[in-house]
Design a protein around this ligand. Structure first.
Ligand code: FE2
Ligand code: FE2
Length: 295
């Protein structure tokens, strides 16, 4: 029964992929110049928005900050999608190459390859430099794809995809944004909707069929997702590149109630899903709360 359900879901997603997929090499006008005076991310999404430091910035400084913040998010996205793709490739290593499930996994891997290319090109286009992971974090996350299977894979896929998706949906129609950024977001939102659906389906299926031990281990392990995501969004390096006092900006951003609201809004849809599926175990929910993603 599980196999039939899995195949039907994969077939539906494959049909959707045929109907609506993009290739940024041709679907984004890379030659169009950036528009002076437009933001790279909406100001309200900035972790500094509304702080004393923010209020003292000129419009030009705010736009520069948004450029560095976008470069940071694109760098995180590029890195995360690489991890996901490695895990998906491993998942289908011994799978039936004729199954729709395998076909859809390969399709999603292809989507993510195009996204990584799009993110990299966009960092270059906006005249920024990519942000690198801290070497200690890199050593740890390099091994992540080896651990990402079963429920663990689907839950982490959602953590990486769904929070950003909520923000992108809010942002992609904003007039004040650079057109190339809006276009990128639109493409990403369309294709990620399928990935999110697939990962949600994976979570629901695994929660029904996984052993109690797997549910306990993964349900506790996702607690590290909160602090992990918090640290991806705000770190002093972003502010230094924007020409600000990195440590002071970091302090103000972390204490900013507006930033907390943005985080809570971003996580709300996924939190409700994880609660409905009864995924949280141990102190996991508390750790997301402590990281500012739950009210
Ligand atoms: Fe993606
Ligand atoms: Fe994705």
């Amino acid at each position: 029964m599980t196999d039939i359900e899995r195949e039907l879901t994969a077939e539906r997603l494959l049909n959707g992929s045929v109907r609506r997929s993009y290739d940024s090499s041709v679907d984004i006008d890379w030659d169009a110049p950036l528009v002076p005076g437009k933001y790279f991310l909406p100001p309200e999404i900035s972790p500094l928005y509304g702080t004393p430091m923010w209020n003292a910035l000129t419009p030009t400084q705010r736009i520069e900050l948004s450029r560095q913040e976008l470069a940071n998010l694109l760098s995180v996205g590029h890195w995360f999608e690489n991890i996901l793709n490695q895990a998906l490739l491993r998942m289908i290593f011994a799978a039936d190459p004729t199954s729709k499930y395998t076909h859809y996994a390969l399709t999603e891997i292809g989507d993510e390859c195009r996204h990584m290319l799009m993110f990299g090109r966009l960092i270059e286009k906006i005249g920024a430099r990519p942000f690198r992971q801290h070497p200690v974090q890199l050593a740890f996350t390099k091994l992540a794809p080896l651990r990402m299977h079963g429920l663990q894979l689907w839950v982490w896929a959602l953590i990486g995809e769904e929070i950003f998706d909520v923000w992108q949906r809010r942002m992609m129609d904003e007039d004040g944004l650079q057109p190339v950024v809006r276009r990128m977001m639109r493409i990403h939102v369309v294709e990620e909707a399928r990935h999110i659906q697939w990962a949600r389906d994976g979570v629901a299926r695994r929660m029904r069929h996984a052993s109690r031990l797997e549910r306990e281990l993964v349900g506790r392990a996702i607690g590290i997702g909160g602090p992990f995501m918090r640290d991806q969004l705000v770190h002093p390096g972003i502010y230094r590149r924007a020409g600000l006092d990195g440590d002071e900006a970091y302090r103000q951003a972390m204490a900013n109630p507006h930033h907390k609201r943005v985080k809570v809004e971003g996580f709300d849809r996924l939190r409700r899903f994880l609660e409905d599926q009864d995924v949280f175990r141990g102190k996991a929910r508390e750790r997301w709360r402590a990281a500012g993603f739950i009210e």
